[in-house]
Structure formats: C-alpha cells, structure tokens
Design a protein around this ligand. Structure first.
Ligand SMILES: [Zn+2]
Length: 153
C-alpha cells in the first residue's frame, strides 16, 4: 500500500511538471513577440537605438545609445502630472523593462520627485509627468527609465 501511495504521488508530480512545460511554451511564444518590438528598440550591444522621449510633451530624455537595456522588476506608482507620485496602495505597475543609465548627467532632460523613502522617481523635466523611472539613493549609479512609460523615436 505504501508503495502504491508513493507511486501515485510521483505521477501527480510528473503531471505538474508536464503542465509546467506547457506553460513555459506559451510564455516563450509571448516573449518572442516582445522580442520583435525589442529588436526595434535595442541594439546588438544592448543599447537604445532610438531617442527616449516624454510620452506627453515629447521632451527628450535620452539620446540614442546612451542607455543599456536592463530587466529588473520595479514598482512604479501610476502616472500623474504632479511632482509627488501617488502612493495609493494597490495601484501602479510592476515593470521589468528599463533603460539603465549610470550617470544622471547622461540624461538630456529629466526631473526627480522628492524622496519616497530611499527612492526618487524620475519625471519629465518639462511637463513633470511621471513617474517614468526609478532611482534608489543607495545606488548612485543606477537610474532606470521604464520602457513602457516613454516614447521612442
Ligand atoms: Zn513631458
């Protein structure tokens, strides 16, 4: 009886593994779609092919080739047109695609919110819409601009 139970558990485990594989396949097909858009934005050496612009007013944030594509899970509050980001719980986005810049002088134009804990959010220098990016005071060489929250031209 013990042997049968073990066997039963094993086969359930195998089923889980099998369904996990199927899920991975679905995810990879979604990823390959993202890949096509990504290849329009990211050069072979991982840099931005196009200028990074404010979605609202078109202010230039970064020149082509100045930032490195970086995947990091970061939470950004919802976009709004004020210096202080909304801190409403449960809203905002977990974003994973970013342009990484190691020096704030690399930016053409960028603004920052007041500190929220150890975090400063990046906003458009001209119209102040944001947050468009993320910076932690503990890492002075990492400025992240969320790919989804800017335009590319
Ligand atoms: Zn703007």
């Amino acid at each position: 009886i013990i042997y049968l139970k073990t066997f039963y558990t094993l086969s359930i485990g195998e089923m889980c593994i099998l369904s996990g594989v199927e899920m991975d396949k679905e995810e990879s097909s979604v990823e390959s779609k993202e890949c096509c858009t990504r290849s329009e934005l990211v050069s072979e050496d991982g840099k931005n092919l196009k200028s990074v612009l404010c979605q609202r007013c078109g202010s230039k944030v970064l020149c082509p080739g100045m930032a490195v594509y970086s995947e990091k899970e970061l939470f950004l509050p919802p976009m709004r047109n004020k210096k202080a980001p909304s801190l409403t719980e449960g809203s905002g986005d977990n974003l994973s695609a970013h342009w990484l810049v190691d020096d704030m002088y690399t930016f053409e134009n960028v603004g920052f919110t007041n500190d929220v804990g150890r975090i400063k959010y990046l906003i458009c220098a001209d119209c102040e819409i944001g947050p468009i990016g993320w910076h932690c005071l503990d890492d002075k060489k990492s400025y992240y601009v969320a790919v989804e929250r800017v335009d590319h031209a």
